[in-house]
Each structure stands twice: as structure tokens, then as C-alpha cells.
Design a protein around this ligand. Structure first.
Ligand SMILES: NC(=O)c1ccc[n+]([C@@H]2O[C@H](COP(=O)([O-])OP(=O)(O)OC[C@H]3O[C@@H](n4cnc5c(N)ncnc54)[C@H](OP(=O)(O)O)[C@@H]3O)[C@@H](O)[C@H]2O)c1
Length: 249
């Protein structure tokens, strides 16, 4: 990953891989200050005291002195308590930036209106089939940087061979995946595409030498379905499922 040129690692307590990420960072020759490490607080560890403890566990598993970005993984359980802990971690310099994930507009606006330190990032599902332009407007209003998880729609909707994306890409000598990623970048979204294949890592990184035209941007925007086909955060079943996901005793 780092050999391909990547410097951002997005992990989470709920991914059960913080120790492996820490070991890889230690093994790599990349200086710590060149890496950007994100990890996330899980629902089970929400609340002021729990969040402080969980942060230390993550830091120890990663074997780091600080985290670049610490995120609340889901807008569930006592996330206001978590946020107070995260504000303190930020002020103490243990995390360089704090933010949230999956905060849909009403929860994000409410947190921004009531927090001492506003979230700096909101990591949400964002790709051509779920464009979330309204949510982006709310983030802009509150100065929150959008970051796309699932920027390749987790491979759904035939995205890698999608006719409209492929046709646009052909004009620039780029793939459908590169077009989808560039579309998000051009609308001000940070992207964190995931792949375990080196050649795909290189492909996904090769998006800085072209620019989509306004017409291309509009055509890609027209692919929006207006809903996610990965997860519905407004469903009670989702809250039940996620709250039921335990990462420790
Ligand atoms: N905060 C949250 O709630 C949340 C939720 C989900 C994900 N995330 C984060 O967001 C990151 C990215 O999202 P994601 O993994 O869900 O989805 P994604 O990046 O949209 O899609 C990943 C899938 O696309 C394939 N792929 C990647 N590049 C490709 C290419 N150029 N050509 C063909 N196939 C390609 C990968 O396969 P191979 O690996 O086999 O190449 C994998 O199956 C995750 O790693 C995670 O860190 C956060």
C-alpha cells in the first residue's frame, strides 16, 4: 500500500485490525509524520469515560503516540458524551482532528450547534449512485469536510463497467473507477477507496492528471438513485443490528 503511494490508513476498533495496522506501520520505513492514521470509536464504547478508555486501547493497539483523525463510527448510543471526551483528546494533542461518520443532516446539524469543537470530518457513503447533495450542503454550511466511504459503491451497480462512466473515462484515457473517484474529488469530497490489489491501488491513485468537464459532472450526478443500497441508517433494524455488534465483553 505505502509502496503504491498511499499514506492514509482508515481503520476502526470495530474492524478488529488495529494491531495489524500498527504492526505494518512499525515495519514500514515511512516516517510517522507522512502517514495519516484514522481510527474510530464503536457504539459499545460511547460515553465520556468509555470513549477515553477506548481511545487509549486503540492508541496502544496501533502503537502510536497520536492519531491523525478520530471519528465516532455511528451516531448511536451516548455520542454526546463521546464527543466531550474527543474534544478533550483533541485539545490535549492526542488527536490531530476529530469527526464523525454516518451523521445524516439532522444529527450533524444538532451536534454542530451544541459542540464546543465542531466535527472536522463527516465520513459517509458517497458515490455516483448515492450523491447526497443535500447532506453535502449541510456539511458545507457547518464547515465539516465530507469524506466518502464506499466511493466505488463497494462494487455495486456494475460501477466498474458502467456504460456512462466508461464512456466518459474513454475521453480521458481513464477507467470507470477513476471517473467515479474524480467526480467526488471535484465536488470537494475526500475519498478512501479500498482495494487489496496493488494494480488497483495504482489505478485509484491515478486521478490527478485529468479534469472532468461540467457536462461530465452533471451526467455523473444524474446517476444518483437518492438512496443507499448498502445500508439504511434511518431504519430501526439498522440501529438494532449495529447496537448488537459487540467488539468486546
Ligand atoms: N465509516 C463507515 O461506516 C464505513 C463504512 C464502510 C467503509 N468504510 C471505510 O471506507 C473504505 C472504503 O469503502 P468500502 O471498502 O466500503 O468500498 P469501496 O472502496 O467503494 O469498494 C471496495 C471494493 O471495490 C473493489 N475495487 C477497488 N478498486 C477497484 C478497481 N479499481 N477496480 C475494480 N475493483 C476495485 C475492491 O475489491 P478488491 O479489494 O478485491 O480489489 C472492493 O471490493 C473501507 O476500507 C473502510 O475503511 C467506512
Amino acid at each position: 500500500m505505502t509502496r503504491a503511494g498511499y499514506r492514509l490508513i482508515d481503520t476502526a476498533a470495530a474492524y478488529f485490525n488495529e494491531e495489524a495496522v500498527g504492526a505494518a506501520i512499525k515495519k514500514s520505513a515511512i516516517p510517522r509524520e507522512e502517514l495519516f492514521i484514522t481510527t474510530k470509536l464503536w457504539i459499545q464504547d460511547a460515553g465520556y469515560e468509555n470513549a477515553k478508555k477506548a481511545f487509549q486501547v486503540s492508541l496502544d493497539k496501533l502503537g502510536l503516540g497520536y492519531i491523525d483523525l478520530y471519528l465516532i463510527h455511528q451516531p448511536m448510543n451516548d455520542y454526546y458524551g463521546s464527543w466531550r471526551a474527543m474534544e478533550e483528546l483533541y485539545e490535549a494533542g492526542k488527536v490531530r482532528a476529530i469527526g464523525v461518520c454516518n451523521f445524516y443532516p439532522e444529527r450533524l446539524a444538532d451536534l454542530c450547534l451544541n459542540a464546543r469543537v465542531k466535527p472536522m470530518v463527516n465520513q459517509v457513503e458517497l458515490h455516483p449512485f448515492f450523491a447526497q447533495t443535500g447532506a453535502l450542503a449541510t456539511m458545507k454550511e457547518f464547515g465539516v469536510q465530507p469524506e466518502a466511504w464506499g466511493p466505488l459503491a463497494e462494487g455495486k451497480h456494475g460501477i466498474f463497467t458502467h456504460p456512462a462512466l466508461t464512456e466518459i473515462g474513454a475521453k480521458y484515457g481513464k477507467t470507470a473507477a477513476q471517473v467515479a473517484l474524480k467526480w467526488n474529488v471535484q465536488r470537494g469530497v475526500v475519498i478512501i477507496p479500498k482495494t487489496v490489489h496493488k494494480e488497483r491501488m495504482e489505478e485509484n491513485l491515478g486521478i490527478w492528471d485529468f479534469r472532468l468537464s461540467d457536462e461530465d459532472m452533471e451526467a455523473i450526478g444524474a446517476l444518483d438513485l437518492g438512496h443507499s443500497e448498502i445500508i439504511d441508517h434511518s431504519a430501526a433494524d439498522t440501529a438494532k443490528f449495529l447496537n448488537g455488534w459487540k467488539i468486546h465483553e
